[in-house]
Write a protein that binds this ligand. Structure first.
Ligand code: FAD
Length: 453
């Protein structure tokens, strides 16, 4: 139990029951989808902006920090509580207003990504960003991490759809950007996107919607070697084809998925590409992809015309991260991204690392973007495994930078990658990021310890 007296805050909230100080049954709020965890002083389920302002004021008075949280599906430790913090969950702020004429939606930060997609589809529109966690993740978390997803090769990532934000700053005051104003002046909205809860609490998100997109063909292409699959990926993209989705899955990731799903939907191959062609020029694109894959020694190409079967394949893909987590005692998932011409090199590097290592390493990812999730799995959970994983993570980061890539394709920096920030950004760039943090949050109340060491 916390020693802080929360009575004053409780009385200021729209509903006193929003504040939880006995955390016995709230263990899931101590961590996200990574291994890190910490017990906060309290947890609060905010329902309106005033609750957030009051909580921030209370934090300032009591020298507590505030850790914003959505659904806790983050893969970089972004919402893991810091010592002496209140976790502020925006999961109950689920506003959704769709304006079909203007093709936009006003969303609460706690709205589930899939709910926005489904409701947009109901009126003939679409919200394309689709992190594999879309059935659980919230819009607030998506904006705070600038989430990508399967369809992002063709349609772009979260930031490409945000047209306005509302939120509360570290002094408890409100701000608004983009369409909530007249769009003149500095474009400060972009600073809050991917700020990982360190600059503000997002309370509303305006997103643009596009006309509904019909599905293309779902293709499952199997290869006898990771190298062939990776070469096919880079040749498809470099030839100018833009499929809606292009996912790469290596042999061991397939094995994990099949074991978890108790199915053999993904054939036992060394590498698989799961592709959804664009809905434009479906046959032409399918044929071009087929030829490139055949030239790279594909074992077979299955065109899935049955919608339900295609959907089961995508479901299996979306579950792969959970499969790894369920099978390993320790699972660290790195999301690097490299220029598409270098995709075969990073795949080969991961393969070699796995061959040399005593731990299990596999990979999969939104390959169309050059994005790769490298999974390092400790099967017995020992300290030795942890040490080996840490060493390999550093090797993977260095290799990625050497190939001209980025240490985070989409999962953010959080706790997990803060010590590698200097590999990608020079000192002066980091110092300007820190100056921004100081301007918005001089007392370091919002999500301290994240992004920067
Ligand atoms: C199975 C699985 C698959 C995934 N697939 C993908 C994928 O394909 N693409 C991808 O990009 N990510 C993926 N992720 C990672 C994760 O789902 C995304 O980062 C997602 O955007 C996190 O949303 P969340 O609501 O769970 O946020 P949380 O994990 O709760 O928080 C993430 C960050 O956002 C901040 N935050 C949350 N809400 C607010 C708010 N209202 N105001 C300010 N800051 C806030 C937190 O402080 C934290 O820093 C996956 C995760 C899992 C477990």
């Amino acid at each position: 139990m916390s020693k802080v007296d929360f009575l004053k805050l409780r009385n200021k909230l729209s509903n006193p029951e929003l504040l939880i100080t006995d955390l016995t049954e709230y263990e899931q709020y101590f961590h996200d989808a990574t291994e890190d965890s910490c017990v906060p002083e309290a947890l609060i389920f905010t329902e309106c902006e005033n609750d957030i302002s009051e909580t921030i004021k209370f934090c300032r008075e009591h020298k507590l920090s505030l850790v914003p949280r959505g659904a806790g599906t983050g893969l970089s430790g972004g919402c893991v509580p810091s010592q002496g913090s209140i976790v502020l969950s925006t999961e109950r702020m689920k506003k959704l207003e769709i304006n079909s004429k203007k093709k936009l939606a006003l969303c609460g930060p706690g709205l589930i990504t899939k709910d926005l997609q489904d409701k947009s589809n109901d009126v003939g529109l679409a919200y394309p960003p689709d992190p594999a966690s879309y059935e659980e993740s919230t819009l607030g978390g998506n904006v705070a991490e600038n989430a990508g997803g399967l369809r992002c090769k063709r349609f772009g990532v979260t930031k490409d759809y945000v047209i306005g934000l509302k939120g509360i700053l570290a002094d408890g005051k409100k701000f608004s950007t983009g369409i909530y104003n007249k769009n003149s002046g500095f474009n400060i909205g972009d600073i809050f996107i991917a700020s990982e809860g360190t600059l503000c609490v997002i309370t509303e998100i305006a997103v643009r919607l596009i006309d509904a997109v019909s599905p293309g063909n779902t293709l499952l292409i199997a290869f006898n070697s990771p190298k062939d699959g990776a070469n096919a990926v880079s040749q498809i993209i470099m030839s100018g084809i833009i499929p809606t989705i292009l996912e790469y899955i290596d042999g061991d990731a397939i094995a994990c998925s099949n074991e978890y799903e108790k199915s053999d939907l993904l054939d036992d191959s060394e590498a698989i590409l799961l592709i959804e062609t664009s809905d434009i020029d479906i046959s032409d694109q399918t044929e071009k992809i087929r030829i490139i894959c055949q030239n790279n020694n594909s074992k077979y190409i299955r065109i899935e015309k049955n919608d339900q079967k295609a959907e089961s394949l995508w479901k299996v893909r979306r579950n792969i991260s959970n499969a790894m987590k369920a099978l390993a005692k320790i699972r660290v998932s790195e999301d690097v991204a490299v220029p598409i011409s270098k995709f075969p090199e990073i795949i080969d590097y991961v393969r070699q690392l796995n061959e040399r290592s005593t731990i299990r390493i596999n990979c999969y990812g939104h390959a169309g973007d050059g994005n790769l999730h490298v999974n390092l799995m400790g099967m017995n959970g020992s300290d030795t495994e942890l040490e080996i994983i840490e060493k390999h993570v550093e090797q993977i980061m260095k290799k990625t930078i050497q190939l001209g890539g980025t240490i985070s394709g989409e999962h953010g920096i959080g706790l997990a990658k803060r010590k590698y920030l200097g590999l990608e950004f020079d000192k002066s760039t980091i110092s300007y990021m820190l100056k921004l943090k100081e301007i918005f949050d001089p007392d370091n109340i919002l999500n301290p310890g994240k992004i920067f060491l």
